[in-house]
Design a binder for this molecule. Structure first.
Ligand code: CDP
Ligand code: MG
Length: 167
């Protein structure tokens, strides 16, 4: 039988989360869920790097205009990049984020608890949907995105106290 293996995912706390002072609260949610932070850095990226994160896939799914607004948003201030590790971390973290549109994201999710804006509002305002957080959506994306934001030596293998102590 296969042995259980931790999975890693990339989380970005977008400029709205950083500017609103929500970093600590959101990190706490992952820690409380028992997941492990194995990499973390605050970065203010330019549109070239932002465009590598939101590339062809976003054009195909959401269109060129959304990509343009999204790049403008994600480069408008610092972003906190986090590598989160845990059991089925990709799926678990996505679930904790809630749906893309904060208005439809259920209470209890990060987008549902910390935002409430709608697609309609964003359209009328001529802005991207400012929804606090990005999380990788598949193992392929996670692998690609983690190494877009982190070097190998910026991601750490360590044991939590629960892993170290056997009482
Ligand atoms: O982030 P998520 O995976 O939930 O959604 P996505 O389809 O990968 O879109 C990436 C990001 O684009 C979203 O998180 C929104 O910030 C933004 N977006 C937008 O501004 N307008 C849309 N109509 C759709 C997405
Ligand atoms: Mg996505």
């Amino acid at each position: 039988m296969d042995k259980p293996k931790a999975e890693r995912t990339l989380v970005l706390l977008k400029p709205d989360a950083v500017q609103r002072g929500l970093m600590g609260e959101i990190i706490t949610r992952f820690e409380k869920a028992g997941m492990k932070i194995v990499g973390m850095k605050l970065r203010w990226v330019d549109s070239e790097r932002a465009g590598r994160h939101y590339g062809e896939d976003i054009i195909k799914r959401r269109g060129e205009k959304v990509r343009e607004l999204l790049i403008k948003f994600i480069t408008s201030g610092p972003v906190l990049a986090i590598v989160v590790e845990g059991v089925d971390a990709i799926e678990n973290v996505r679930m904790m984020c809630g749906t893309t549109e904060p208005k439809s994201a259920p209470p209890g999710t990060i987008r549902g608890d910390y935002s409430h804006i709608s697609y309609r509002y964003a359209d009328l305002a001529g802005k991207a949907v400012e929804n606090i957080i990005h999380a990788s959506s598949s193992p392929e994306d996670a692998e690609k995105e983690i190494y877009l934001w982190f070097n190998e030596d910026e991601i750490f293998d360590y044991h939590t106290v629960y892993e170290i102590h056997t009482f």
